[in-house]
Design a protein around this ligand. Structure first.
Ligand SMILES: C[S@@+](CC[C@H](N)C(=O)[O-])C[C@H]1O[C@@H](n2cnc3c(N)ncnc32)[C@H](O)[C@@H]1O
Length: 289
């Protein structure tokens, strides 16, 4: 029998898409979000009758008497401090007894949070940014040992370029995470990701030169950065990175008319990685002997 799912804080429907892509026969029958724009995007992609604009007190009333047998909750690390900078995600999976999870053969390394899906892959995920050594080589999408190259998610040549205004680059450029098409990440400092399209130049050296010129009030300081070919990711590239669009697939994502790029960035940035949530839903419904 198909499972029936409710999606709270539904945004642009990352969980909806993950359920569709999972091995589970199920449908999101109701979704809730108070952001009108998010609801429009959700409806454009998942039909007009699922999502409703509502707020939490109404949900509490609505939920009375409903006892879900399974629960998946996503949250962002750092919210407890009010600064979700690194966007490390937490997922909580729960089942109503007597349903259960497999008894793990090992314990989570920090005592209570798993950094991998138990039973699927026994190696903990390690944030490469916490390590001084360069990230391991990468080949295809899927697991930590085979992470896809960024190039695979980029628009083809000729797509509109999302230019970074000089005033933004001048003021905030040194705070961006600058990533290269063929690598994982090269850190200047941590604030947000932009793409360096010219891979032949050393980001740190160029930025050092730029900062020195800026400190000396050199009016041509910005010209030092131009050869790096820095640009924002396009919304479509971000949809690929979040797996709303699978690279080299025929997947489609509909944006209602009139949405600015800024709004798209916000909505995608608030969303989830559909690949990860699909795996978690499969795990949540796996049968254990
Ligand atoms: C982190 S986003 C979740 C995005 C979603 N999982 C997706 O795939 O796009 C949180 C969402 O919750 C909505 N939200 C926050 N507080 C809310 C409330 N009190 N009632 C309804 N929606 C709320 C926001 O508008 C936002 O779209």
């Amino acid at each position: 029998m198909a499972i029936v799912a409710w999606e709270f804080y539904s945004g642009i429907g990352g969980l909806h898409l993950a359920l569709q892509r999972s091995t589970i026969d199920g449908n999101v029958v109701r979704a809730f979000d108070w952001d009108q724009t998010a609801c429009k995007v959700y409806s454009a992609n998942h039909g007009p009758n699922v999502v409703q604009k509502t707020i939490l007190p109404e949900l509490v009333k609505l939920g009375t008497g409903v006892h879900p047998t399974r629960l998946l909750i996503e949250n962002v690390a750092g919210f407890e401090f009010g600064i979700p900078n690194s966007r490390l995600r937490y997922y909580l999976l729960a089942k109503m007894a007597p349903l259960g999870f497999p008894t793990p053969t090992t314990s989570p390394s920090d005592g209570w949070i798993w950094r991998h899906i138990p039973g699927c892959d026994d190696s903990d995920w390690v944030d490469p940014r916490d390590s001084a050594s360069p990230p391991s080589p990468i080949s295809s999408a899927g697991s930590q040992s085979s992470v896809a190259k960024l190039r695979q998610f980029l628009d083809q040549d000729g797509a509109p370029i999302h230019v970074i205004p000089d005033r933004v680059l001048s003021k905030w450029g040194r705070l961006f995470d600058i990533v290269l098409p063929s690598s994982y990440t090269q850190l200047v400092e941590r604030a947000g990701s932009i793409l360096q399209t010219n891979e032949h130049l050393d980001t740190t050296c160029i930025f050092d030169e730029f900062l020195e010129a800026q400190a000396n009030n050199n009016p041509s300081a910005m010209d030092i950065l131009r050869p790096l070919g820095l640009r924002y990711f396009s919304p479509t590239e971000l949809l690929r990175l979040f797996y709303f669009l699978r690279p080299a697939s025929q997947d489609d994502f509909i944006w209602p008319e009139g949405l600015s790029a800024k709004t798209k960035y916000r909505l995608i940035g608030n969303s989830v990685n559909v690949f990860v949530v699909t795996e978690l839903i499969n795990f949540l419904y796996a049968e254990w002997a």
